[in-house]
Design a protein around this ligand. Structure first.
Ligand SMILES: [Zn+2]
Length: 479
């Protein structure tokens, strides 16, 4: 974690001197840096194991100093502040997380991503796959140059199997992954990541059961939380309970099929028989052979058993990605506006892709619909949900896409308070910092989003951002 630095500036000291001359006998303390006064505070309670609820505190004042919230209470009360933001008619929520991002997927976007996240109220992100050294250097540089950026937690590379899906063969499959062919390599690899500054590990789809086990044991040994795709060699009910988060609902449909055992046996055979060098076509061929067959053969009773096994594992469904074909970006006005803020070369490329998509006509919606309905069932079954987008993969604008994800979580059946909890509480719990981050209370880290409308009434109001407090610093989007 970053250190908490109390900033008593020369300017504040001067003010203190003046006010001390003016009157009170007792020495006054320097004012805090920032207050948001007469605001409606939206406190998200619970939402990690059971359904979250929102507590609405009207006419409040929140005081921030250094990296912390130092006081929360009634409007007009509490310690003095050097700067006061008018909160009348506005709503204050904890800073949002995007729990699934890739800073290194498209290098043309890497530099722009931190600022875009903050503009959209994203004050913490989990990078779930990319070269560790590059990511750690990026994070250090942002910190040293005091560049506004969210809190960044990194996994390092996708830990893949004998074959690697993201092997750098072409621009849409950059080298985000690394090969972990055997348990010995798994143990060594996790030790290197822990030493190199990883905050979590990410297990990918082509690992063998032996490598999966070795990765889990090693990560536990180093105290690192585990994010994972369900490996094709395993099933969701077996792999899921051993890890802390699962991504994209990936391969859950295979475990929920009536003939899941036959599908699994077929995959194990195909994985062993693969002789080509690349992993991407292997994964693709298995998804193509089994995904729609499994969805068509969905067994609700079997699926209830699978979901019951996942009550301790945060699900990051990335509905934005899974339901991409249901409401493609090229049909969303908010997407077109958000793209305007991207670097020019990316904007041109993405607009071209969007035009191609628009020309393709109707798409198969079975996977989108299945994903939305499964998230609703997961929520009902008490499975914790986390909000993540996979930005910038598949035209996901950094920052803006998280708001799309929140909308889709509500569409899937979550209450707005639960969708907010998926973004402000569940990822902090995954990173084991929920005692410090995610609530608006004295002593908590100061990450906040000031909105001009109530997100509990309409989740789309999370887009209506007036200002963002990130690590104690106040920022107006776009400035
Ligand atoms: Zn990803």
């Amino acid at each position: 974690m970053r250190q908490w630095k109390r900033r008593a500036s020369a300017f504040a000291a001067t003010l203190l001197g003046l006010s001390a001359c003016a009157g009170p006998a007792a020495p006054e303390r320097a004012p805090a840096a920032l207050a948001i006064d007469r605001v409606t505070v939206i406190q998200i309670e619970g939402g990690t194991d059971r359904g979250a609820v929102a507590r609405v505190l009207a006419d409040h004042r929140v005081v921030v100093d250094g990296d912390r919230i130092v006081w929360v209470g009634s409007a007009g009360e509490g310690p003095r502040a050097a700067r006061t933001v008018d909160g009348r008619g506005r709503f204050l929520i904890p800073g949002l997380w995007d729990a699934h991002v890739h800073f290194l997927y498209d290098e043309a976007l890497t530099e722009a991503m931190p600022g875009l996240f903050l503009d959209w109220g994203i004050t913490s992100v989990r990078d779930t796959g990319g070269d560790l050294e590059t990511l750690v250097a990026l994070r250090a540089r942002l910190r040293e140059t005091r560049t506004p950026a969210p809190r960044i937690f990194v996994a390092g590379p996708l830990l893949d199997g004998r074959h690697v899906v993201y092997d750098g063969a072409n621009p849409s499959q950059p080298a985000l992954g690394t090969s972990v062919p055997d348990p010995t390599t798994a143990t060594r690899q996790v030790a290197l990541l822990a030493e190199g500054g990883a905050d979590l590990i990410k297990i990918y789809e082509l690992v063998s059961p032996e490598v999966f086990d070795a990765l889990v044991v090693a990560a536990r040994g180093h105290g690192l939380p585990i994010a994972s795709h369900v490996p094709l060699s395993l099933t969701a009910d077996v792999a899921g309970p051993q890890v802390d988060s699962m991504e994209h609902l990936r391969n859950v449909e295979l475990a929920c099929a009536r003939d899941w055992q036959a599908l699994h046996a077929e995959r194990v055979r195909a994985l062993a028989a693969w002789t080509q060098p690349r992993g991407y076509p292997l994964r693709k061929s298995l998804h193509e052979a089994q995904r729609f067959a499994a969805i068509a053969d969905h067994d609700p009773d079997r699926c209830e058993q699978v979901l019951a096994a996942l009550r301790g594992t945060m699900q990051v469904p990335t509905l934005r990605l899974n339901a991409f074909d249901q409401a493609r970006p090229d049909r969303l006005a908010a997407w077109a506006r958000a793209v305007e803020a991207l670097p020019a070369d990316v904007r041109v490329r993405w607009s071209e892709t969007a035009r191609t998509l628009a020309a393709e006509g109707e798409r198969d919606l079975r996977f989108a619909e299945w994903s939305l309905s499964l998230v609703g069932r997961m929520d009902a079954a008490g499975v914790p949900i986390g909000a993540g987008t996979d930005t910038p993969i598949r035209l996901a604008v950094p920052g803006e896409s998280l708001h799309r994800e929140l909308e889709l979580l509500v569409e899937a059946g979550l209450e707005p308070a639960e969708a907010l909890a998926a973004s402000v509480r569940a990822p902090a719990r995954f990173m084991r910092i929920e005692d410090r981050l995610g609530r608006i209370a004295a002593g908590q880290l100061a990450d906040l989003v000031l909105l001009e409308a109530n997100p509990l009434e309409d989740i789309r109001n999370t887009r209506r951002i007036v200002g963002v407090v990130s690590q104690g610093r106040y920022r107006v989007p776009g400035e």
